[in-house]
Design a protein around this ligand. Structure first.
Ligand code: FAD
Length: 391
């Protein structure tokens, strides 16, 4: 059996064919351009447009809304294979599908679906999810962005930070509070169009992901029609909770893809680099690192597959399993990236070597969509019975 056959055991023929097609697309159409974009600090918009043309920006949107209608195992495969080539392209797929489209599919009115889901699924629009604020991202119940009722509209005021794809988005999924004293019960989820007066974006300078379009999104008396409220008033936490289940699954799948890229690079280098008259791969201490890398990536992949299978079996919320996959896979990605740099020695930190970049990008996966400290707390609370799985 080849390596690909082993990874595909348990997948349907369609899922196997999808993996091959996405892997080939990512290898030939995305990977060659990533370093160039990073060096220039240029957002890879043309690559993301190609992904849109293939239907992956609407991967989990049902066909009646012009999406690809993929099952969740397949969606995980798309996230994994694209992330093996590029963090930013995989993030665009993940934010759009997991946070924005899944919320529209689950909670959107027919009017909202026709107005927003169709252009998102066709890949004509990009979207951003605006949760994190300067005062914090972990404690979402205390967000400070407010939504004041004014006739048939809400008026939004506040600021969001570290928002991915924000300068290129046509639509923003935004959390705001109608009454901060109610904490979680005061939070609403809104769909806000880019051209709405009072909405501005401002790029943020980052140490990593210079190609990534990370920005502030500022709301100054932004009037949002009542029709753009997702679910009911005060139901934003329910909406974002369901979205984050899917989000954590896609982040975990992306972490597996990126970790696999680290393993690939480390294996190649260990075979080719010679010290003390032999290949690095002949040294037991290097072999120990490689063995742990290969094993942990495989285990992470299986944990992700399990979340996809649960969702495909009709489990509406798989919160605990999604948290476990996110925690494990992103920690694996970080460790594997660290070891890949170690195996490359000084060359691992040279500007033209992607493993140094993977190392920094892995850290973002441990922080975003609920930091790994929060995932540990959630998993323990589910295990202890302090927190029940929502339906
Ligand atoms: C490149 C990048 C892209 C991002 N994209 C987006 C995006 O598109 N949309 C968006 O909304 N956000 C985005 N984020 C923000 C990200 O989701 C937040 O950074 C994250 O949720 C953590 O919030 P924080 O940075 O405010 O840290 P804080 O919440 O201040 O946490 C700081 C530290 O304290 C720990 N901590 C906090 N609370 C607890 C607790 N109860 N128990 C134990 N430890 C705790 C955290 O784990 C963390 O280590 C992005 C961030 C980055 C870096």
């Amino acid at each position: 059996m080849t390596e690909i056959d082993r990874a595909d055991v348990g997948l349907t023929p369609e899922q196997q064919a999808l993996r091959q097609a996405v892997r080939e697309f990512a290898r030939s159409e995305i990977a060659p351009y990533v370093d160039e974009c990073e060096r220039a600090g240029r957002y890879p918009i043309e690559l993301i447009q190609k992904i849109g043309q293939l239907g992956y920006l609407g991967a989990i949107v049902p066909p009646e809304y012009e999406g690809a209608g993929l099952d969740y195992v397949s969606y995980g495969i798309v996230c994994e294979e694209i992330a093996r080539a590029d963090w930013v392209c995989a993030s665009a797929i993940s934010v759009q599908n997991s946070l924005v489209c899944s919320s529209l599919v689950r909670f959107g009115s027919e009017e909202q679906k026709h107005r927003y889901l169709l252009p998102l699924a066709r890949g004509e629009w990009l979207s951003s999810a605006c949760l994190t604020e300067p005062s914090g991202g972990s404690d979402l119940a205390s967000i400070e962005t407010t939504a004041r009722r004014d006739g048939e509209a809400y008026v939004l005021n506040g600021e969001k930070v570290y928002i991915s794809h924000a300068n290129h988005a046509s639509l923003y999924f935004v959390l705001a509070s109608v009454d901060r004293s109610l904490r979680a019960r005061g939070i609403c989820a809104f769909l806000v169009e880019r051209d709405t007066p009072g909405l501005t974006t401002r790029s943020m300078a980052m140490h990593t992901l210079r190609r990534g379009d990370t920005a502030q999104v500022i709301f100054e008396d932004v009037r949002v029609p009542r029709a753009n409220l997702l679910a009911g008033e005060g139901e934003g936490f329910k909406v974002v909770g369901a979205a984050l289940d899917v989000g954590r699954f896609s982040v975990a799948s992306r972490a597996v893809g990126q970790a696999q890229a680290c393993v690939d690079a480390a294996l190649d280098y260990a075979r080719q680099r010679r010290q003390f008259g032999q290949e690095l791969g002949r040294f037991q201490m290097v072999q120990a690192m490689l063995a742990d890398m290969v094993t942990s990536v495989e285990a992470a992949r299986l944990l992700c597959r399990r979340v996809g299978q649960l969702k495909d079996a009709g489990v509406a919320r798989a919160s605990q399993e999604a948290s476990m996959a996110k925690l494990f896979a992103t920690d694996v990605c970080m460790k594997v990236a660290e070891d890949a740099v170690q195996i490359h020695g000084g060359y691992g930190l040279e500007a033209d070597n992607p493993v140094g970049r993977y190392f920094q990008e892995a850290k973002v996966l441990q922080i975003g969509e609920g930091s790994n400290q929060l995932q540990r707390a959630l998993i323990a609370e589910y295990a202890l019975g302090y927190r029940g799985q929502r339906r």
